[in-house]
Design a protein around this ligand. Structure first.
Ligand SMILES: Cc1ncc(COP(=O)(O)O)c(C=O)c1O
Length: 361
């Protein structure tokens, strides 16, 4: 049964937690190269890419920094419609990268037209977008955004934060022409936090070779050199890689299409339920398949609701940042199943009706 209905970290299957307890190995050993080598082709399947997927001992924000430091030689345009796209902008500024932002209201999607118009303002060589804005429950149309951007600037690199959607939603890295698609382990991959993954195109690597201050820990050229030998430049998070190895087996056993369909079905179920009771925060037609943001139209005390749910071992998320109290969010990703949502909604309905049950002792 799922417990965490927050947009990450998500529940981890017991066998995956146990997989972490395998004995330690040296990271320059053949055993490690075998482990890392088993992981790579299966990660490429999940990211729908024939190119490489880097694995780092960090959370997803680390790879946001990596993408910007490696892929921007001149100037980046950041499309902002929520807290995590705002983070793209903050990271660019913090790294001294020339950057501009184009804002659309939170809850609305970034459209190809918005990007097209904004790209004419300066000599951009990269755009940064979030695929699935966990703060608002909006899924941005990154395929159409990438196509529009390339029509205007053929050399542009498209950097995509897919932290709360990769492995739960179909993202066609190669077919859509995306240059970096990054994610964190603790969302749809349903792993403990501490690993991040980035699918990186040849174009992105060629760009990185022209950028002088890429840093060291997240240098794509260095990561590439080590990946060729199934190694990492620095000590990897070996226990987490055991978990990843096992979880990739479970993900591909379920089947990617089945996994994507399960996430889409959970989203539909959640959003139908929520529309009848609250109204949804995200714009119609652009609603996330992994996290739903509800308008708090009944002025519920979200902390009190969560306190009730915690009695039954469940947790949901309040609104993010300025949306705290005005919205609340339910994550439906990773190990969560439709019947888990049914149990959750039953408890929330009890709370709404003032018919609270006694939590189990
Ligand atoms: C869309 C999105 N981007 C970035 C992040 C930051 O990821 P991390 O906490 O793994 O660094 C999050 C975290 O929730 C997120 O939801």
């Amino acid at each position: 049964m799922a417990h965490l209905f927050i947009p990450g970290p998500t529940d981890v299957a017991p066998e995956i937690l146990s997989a972490q307890a395998q004995p330690m190995i040296g990271h320059r050993s053949q055993a490690f190269a075998d482990l890392f080598g088993r992981i790579q082709p299966r990660l490429r399947q999940v990211f729908l890419t024939q190119h490489r997927v880097y694995v780092t001992a960090s959370s997803g924000s680390g790879l946001q920094e990596a993408a910007l430091r490696n892929c921007v030689a001149r100037r980046v345009l950041v499309a902002v419609n929520g807290a995590f796209s705002d983070r793209w902008y903050e990271i660019a500024l913090a790294n001294g990268i020339q950057t501009d932002r184009v804002d659309v209201p939170w809850g609305k999607a970034i459209t190809p037209d918005t990007i097209g118009a904004a790209l004419s303002h300066a000599d951009y060589d990269a755009i940064a977008v979030v695929h699935n804005e966990s703060s608002t429950g909006v899924e941005n149309p990154v395929a159409a955004i990438a196509a529009a951007a390339r029509t205007i600037r053929p050399d542009i690199l498209v950097l995509v934060d897919a932290v709360s959607s990769a492995a739960g939603v179909r993202i066609e890295t190669d077919a859509w022409g995306l240059d970096v698609v990054l994610t964190s382990a603790q969302k749809c991959f349903a792993l403990p936090p501490g690993l991040a993954f980035a699918a990186v195109s040849d174009r992105a690597l060629e760009r990185a070779a022209t950028v002088s201050q890429r840093g060291w820990y997240f240098d794509f050229i260095l990561l590439e050199r080590y990946l060729a030998r199934n190694m990492t430049p620095a000590t990897p998070a070996i226990s987490l890689l055991y978990a990843l190895d096992a979880q990739l087996g479970r993900i591909l056993n379920e089947g990617l299409e089945a996994r994507f369909a399960r996430h889409a079905e959970m989203a539909e179920y959640c959003q139908n339920w929520g529309e009848q009771r609250f109204g949804l925060f995200a714009q119609d037609d652009y609603r996330s398949k992994t996290v739903t943001a509800f308008s708090n139209s009944r002025s519920l005390d979200i902390s009190a609701l969560n306190a009730y749910l915690v009695g039954f071992g469940m947790t949901i998320a309040n609104g993010y940042g300025p949306l705290k109290g005005k919205t609340f969010r339910i994550g439906h990703m990773g190990e969560t199943r439709g019947h888990d949502l049914e149990l959750l909604f039953q408890r929330i309905d009890e709370f709404l009706d003032g018919a609270q049950a006694e939590p189990p002792k």
